[in-house]
Design a protein around this ligand. Structure first.
Ligand code: SF4
Ligand code: SF4
Length: 136
């Protein structure tokens, strides 16, 4: 399985060889998706961890026990409503009911709490108004 996480180093700890430790101790393939490190002192990394679930769970416990903050990387869908023409193409594709068009406005309504991030709206929209956002 793969799991994306955001890790935040405490002050002064950002230069520690954490990636090496994860690979060596837990047999995890680690991909760095994003790095934002301030002079080796503090910072954040977005990592993709690839291994079996038990190794990943132990690795996350290890990071937390050593003072590194670990949180799951959340993905969400956003769209540019200022350019939407309410054509309805995305509502037909959406399996969860997060996108809808109804009277009296006949304008596209988006309910993020219903979205399962299946990404079908990204390809359905002829104007390419949807995109994935990563938030920590
Ligand atoms: S990602 Fe899927 S569930 Fe979310 S709004 Fe788009 S089509 Fe609907
Ligand atoms: S497919 Fe695009 S333009 Fe059409 S309603 Fe959905 S977001 Fe708006």
């Amino acid at each position: 399985m793969t799991k994306k996480v955001v890790i935040s180093f405490p002050d002064g700890e950002a230069s520690r060889p954490l990636i090496y430790e994860l690979i060596k101790k837990f047999d995890i393939i680690v991909s760095i998706i994003k790095a934002d490190i301030d002079g080796g002192r503090r910072g954040k990394l977005v990592l993709e961890l690839d291994s079996d679930s038990e190794h990943i769970r132990r690795a996350i416990d290890f990071m937390k026990e050593s003072g590194v903050d670990v949180s799951p990387l959340e993905k969400k869908i956003s769209y540019d409503d200022s350019k939407c023409v309410s054509c309805g193409a995305c509502t037909s594709a959406c399996p969860s009911g997060a996108l809808s068009i109804s009277a009296p406005s006949w304008k596209l309504q988006f309910q993020p709490d219903k979205c399962v991030v299946c990404k079908l709206c990204i390809t359905a929209c002829p104007l390419k108004l949807f995109h994935i956002e990563f938030a920590d």
